[in-house]
Design a protein around this ligand. Structure first.
Ligand SMILES: C[S@@+](CC[C@H](N)C(=O)[O-])C[C@H]1O[C@@H](n2cnc3c(N)ncnc32)[C@H](O)[C@@H]1O
Length: 236
């Protein structure tokens, strides 16, 4: 993929364009499995009292809402994203759920987070990091704002390794997915970026090394659904 495809301004515009149909498309294109993947990622967050979590690239706030569902009432979440279109929908979902006192939704770029060092118990990002040109910088920032001993949790698609599943999977994401994506979103192009960004993202072992290079320790990963997605967890 041409590096300019991940130009932050282009990425921001693309997500704002597809925002109105984003949740529906997620459910349809993943056959609903995306919810299980987010749930699994959220389970990797530490169980601490008065937890403060940062959901980076929160988009329409599905991860932030999942955290609130799974954690005790003293838990709070800050959700950040740099797409106004996605944030608007996220804020609306939080407002409808009556959770504004527990989920604070704000504008921020993952590569320069507007928070002091060591303030969150963990940071989490779901399906966001592959869109970040300098993803190591993003992971470093997610680590910087987390307390010592806290965690960084990353859910992302991976370049699938399983030889039996690889061919049908490639066919699905390069042919079927852009076709359905265009029909439902009514936008040409956005769903062409998705397959290439998914296929070109590093395999889990390589990505683990990149995370370690940012200074996080005890990095481990879990492959999900034949290795379509993976959750990496590192400790500060
Ligand atoms: C595929 S969506 C994922 C949204 C949400 N986390 C979820 O699980 O559905 C990717 C999100 O990453 C955001 N994003 C991409 N690059 C970003 C950056 N550098 N800083 C902040 N948000 C970013 C996009 O605006 C978009 O909302």
């Amino acid at each position: 993929m041409d590096k300019s495809a991940k130009d932050p301004a282009k990425i921001r515009t693309m997500f704002s364009t597809i925002a109105p149909r984003y949740d529906l498309l997620n459910r349809v294109l993943s056959l609903g499995i995306d919810r299980c993947w987010r749930r699994f990622a959220v389970r990797q967050l530490p169980k601490v009292e008065n937890a403060r979590f940062l959901d980076v690239a929160t988009g329409t706030c599905d991860v932030a809402l999942e955290i609130i569902k799974r954690f005790p009432p003293d838990t709070k979440v800050v959700g950040v994203d740099f797409s106004e279109g996605m944030l608007e929908l996220g804020k609306e979902k939080v407002r409808k759920a009556g959770l504004q006192h527990r989920i604070d939704v704000r504008f921020a770029d993952v590569t320069s987070l507007p928070f002091e060092d060591n303030i969150f118990d963990a940071s989490i990002i779901a399906f966001g990091i592959r869109n970040v040109q300098d993803y190591k910088k993003g992971i470093s920032e997610m680590g910087r704002v987390v307390k010592s001993g806290g965690r960084v949790v990353i859910l992302e698609f991976t370049s699938i390794q399983n030889p039996f599943f690889r061919v049908p999977y490639r066919f699905y994401i390069t042919k079927v997915l852009p076709f359905i994506g265009e029909i439902i979103s009514g936008k040409k192009g956005a769903y062409k970026y998705l397959p290439s960004s998914m296929l070109e993202f590093p395999a889990p072992e390589e990505f683990k090394k990149a995370i370690e290079e940012t200074g996080l320790k005890d990095v481990r990963y879990y492959k999900l659904t034949f290795g379509i997605a993976a959750v990496h967890v590192g400790t500060k």
